[in-house]
Design a protein around this ligand. Structure first.
Ligand code: GUN
Length: 292
């Protein structure tokens, strides 16, 4: 069984990006600049955004963190976005989700200039993704494509089962893997909570992407021997034996699955660490596109 090591792969990608940025600077060119907007002070969101900003510094990007109070109105946030949209210094920016309840998330995402939407959440970019046109592929699906590619996992002609139809993972993943692209050309089945006889479907799969958000949902007896498992789930489960009182659990029963799978992403250390690397990759891509 081979572990698909997201931690190492993301470190490799960041190293490649850092070299590219160093080369730009050597030629007196501008380094990419990512901005992140966060509204309120939710602990998990702050940790996540800080990790993104820190990753920028490590690869030589410019970064800006814009912290707004939780009482910020929708109009004020839209104003902030309008400023970032026209700021020539900023190549890409993200608005960290979730937003407070009084702000309409969709309205905010639609206000971001699609050319700077390095999260790939704007409907224009989602539409381009569906049409296999140049776009920003959002970080989690992009990270999964990259992991499959770097571990030389053949997808062409394979039976892929995606579990979960979320807008940020299941849906784009199923679209991408069916497309004519380097990591693609698969026969994809998108399953969800209303799917009948899920085990019968998953047992036929060569590759399974589990992204439903139910800890240890996918068991060893639901898959065939040699399956490739991509586990997108990450849930905190109470664990009194741990110092912090919890452990992180994926959507896959890792112990059972390690007896069956040929390749599997661990949780933590699989898909998760890939996402920041892919956000950086999108920001670099944004810079190149804006220069042309
Ligand atoms: N919240 C959790 N993940 C993400 C992400 O990838 N982008 C944004 N903007 N917010 C998030």
């Amino acid at each position: 069984m081979i572990l698909l090591d997201g931690k190492k792969t993301s470190a490799d990608i960041k190293e490649e990006i850092a070299l590219e940025v160093a080369e730009l600077k050597k030629q007196d060119k501008k380094a990419p600049h990512l901005a992140a907007v966060i509204v309120g002070s939710d602990g998990a969101s702050l940790t996540y955004v800080n990790a993104k900003v820190k990753a920028c510094e490590r690869v030589g990007f410019e970064s800006s963190l814009i912290r707004l109070p939780k009482e910020t109105t929708e109009e004020e946030l839209l104003n902030e976005i309008a400023i970032l949209n026209i700021d020539k210094d900023i190549n890409g920016f993200i608005v960290q989700l979730p937003l407070p309840d009084h702000i309409d998330e969709q309205k905010i995402l639609m206000a971001i200039d699609p050319e700077k939407d390095v999260d790939g959440f704007h409907p224009m970019n989602v539409g381009k993704l569906a049409l296999n046109l140049p776009t920003f592929i959002s970080a989690t699906p992009f990270g999964i494509l990259e992991l499959l590619e770097r571990y030389n996992i053949e997808t062409s002609g394979k039976d892929v089962v995606v579990i979960g139809r979320s807008h940020i993972v299941g849906s784009p993943m199923s679209i991408l893997l069916a497309q004519k692209r380097k990591v693609g050309n698969a026969t994809v089945t998108l399953t969800h909570s209303r799917t009948k006889n899920l085990s019968e479907v998953t047992k036929k799969a060569d590759i399974i992407i589990a992204a439903l958000g139910i800890p240890e949902f996918l068991k060893g007896d639901m898959v065939k021997k040699g399956v490739v498992i991509i586990d997108v789930g990450i849930t905190r489960v109470a664990d009194s034996s741990k110092k912090n009182g919890f452990r992180l659990v994926g959507d896959v029963d890792f112990n059972e699955m390690s007896e069956k799978a040929s390749h599997i992403t661990p949780v933590p250390g699989g898909v998760g660490p890939m996402t920041i690397a892919m956000l950086l990759k999108n920001t670099l891509l944004a810079l190149y596109r804006q220069e042309n």
